[in-house]
Design a protein around this ligand. Structure first.
Ligand code: 5GP
Length: 206
């Protein structure tokens, strides 16, 4: 069976990645990896839905048992991608989205060179600050830390293959899907198809 692809979606905190991914999954067929984190759940978040919420000790033992494909520290907390779900889904031919920060994205790209790396940004930093403030889930101190982290992340943006601006949600979602579709159509991803076509023609022209 044809293997699925890994699609890494990163972006500034507040860029609307979560909403983009939710809509992407409503419109198209993607599976989403749920990360493990030591961050406390926000109001309305559920264990096993947004994240697997772990203690630091639990998280460390996940690392020890090779249960994570990648992990990183982000603003005082640990975040990591559980290995089994991702490997099983890819083997089953599913395209899997990882919504992770830049260190994790680079780590994934070195392990899975075929992974598609997409960075989602707001059109400017004012919009970002406004979204973080309006979300009302973080203290001013955390918002400032996240904006500071955004400056570091902007440096890494250049390592991504695709940068998508989330101004209009539907447009952003369709753009992300088009990127994945066009990557899938690249000739290096069509080797099996090419061999099949040539074999069929050989049979006919015998
Ligand atoms: P938040 O606390 O806002 O849910 O997430 C903070 C940051 O951690 C976001 O940039 C998010 O993409 C990233 N993140 C979430 N899960 C993972 C993960 O499994 N691995 C890595 N490296 N980053 C993650």
């Amino acid at each position: 069976m044809k293997k699925g692809k890994l699609i890494v979606v990163s972006g500034f905190s507040g860029a609307g990645k979560g909403t983009v991914i939710k809509r992407l999954r409503e419109k198209y067929d993607y599976s989403l990896s749920i990360s493990a984190t030591t961050r406390a759940p926000r109001e309305g978040e559920e264990d096993g839905r947004e994240y697997y919420f772990k203690t630091v000790d639990e998280f460390m033992s996940l690392i020890d048992y090779n249960g994570l494909i990648e992990w990183a520290q982000y603003v005082d907390n640990y975040y990591g991608t559980p290995r089994k779900f991702v490997e099983d889904e890819i083997a089953a031919g599913k395209n899997v989205i990882l919504e992770i920060e830049v260190q994790g994205a680079m780590n994934i790209k070195s392990q899975y060179p075929d992974a598609i790396l997409i960075f989602i940004s707001t059109k400017d930093i004012e919009t970002l600050r406004a979204r973080l403030t309006n979300r009302g889930t973080e203290t001013q101190e955390v918002i400032n830390k996240r904006i500071a982290r955004a400056a570091e992340e902007a440096e890494s943006m250049e390592s991504y293959e695709f940068i998508v601006i989330n101004d209009d949600l539907e447009e952003c979602v369709d753009t992300v899907n088009s990127i994945v579709v066009s990557q899938t159509c690249k000739k290096e991803n069509r080797t099996e198809f090419l061999i099949g076509i040539k074999r069929q023609l050989d049979e006919i022209n015998k």
